[in-house]
Unconditional design. Structure first.
Length: 171
């Protein structure tokens, strides 16, 4: 058997429109909001939803400044809120006069909480978290700011990126 010595070509990363990121951030945020009355029993999943909403919102901001999608997938950025936030700040992200206090602290605390996938699994080193109310308010302000910047309203259709078939159970 002859094996090819050529490396498999990696598919190029398609560029994702910033609106797609911010609309998905809004979806995660809205799900967390709808579940907030259950916060005592669902606090970890809610923090995870807010964490992911932040990640997507930062990526929306970076894409709106023409940062390539492939750059957002690199190991040093990927799911690291602190790096994504710092990159956004360098590009001028501002949501209010107390950004560094509000969003900066939320980002740092959620990043620490997520060490070793700590928002998805048990993290024995977890020592502190921001309140869900503070997290909710800050993430909501960020998404609202980005939606305004990108001209997104509830009725704005997302960019057509692909077709997905969803199949129901056969009857």
């Amino acid at each position: 058997m002859i094996r090819s010595r050529t490396k498999a070509k990696r598919r190029p990363t398609p560029e994702v429109d910033p609106i797609a990121f911010v609309k998905l951030a809004r979806e995660f945020y809205n799900l967390a909001e709808r579940s907030s009355d259950l916060e005592a029993s669902l606090s970890k999943p809610l923090y995870f939803l807010y964490f992911h909403a932040l990640e997507l919102a930062f990526k929306a901001f970076l894409r709106s400044h023409h940062v390539p999608t492939s750059e957002l997938q690199k190991k040093d950025k990927g799911h690291t809120l602190t790096v994504l936030y710092e990159d956004c700040r360098k590009l001028g992200l501002v949501i209010g006069p107390l950004d560094q206090f509000d969003i900066g602290n939320i980002v740092n605390m959620l990043q620490l909480a997520n060490e070793y996938q700590g928002l998805r699994y048990f993290n024995p080193d977890l020592k502190s978290l921001p309140t869900l109310a503070w997290t909710r308010e800050t993430v909501g302000e960020l998404i609202t700011t980005l939606e305004a910047k990108l001209g997104v309203v509830a009725s704005t259709p997302g960019p057509a990126t692909k077709l997905v078939f969803v199949w129901g159970k056969p009857e």
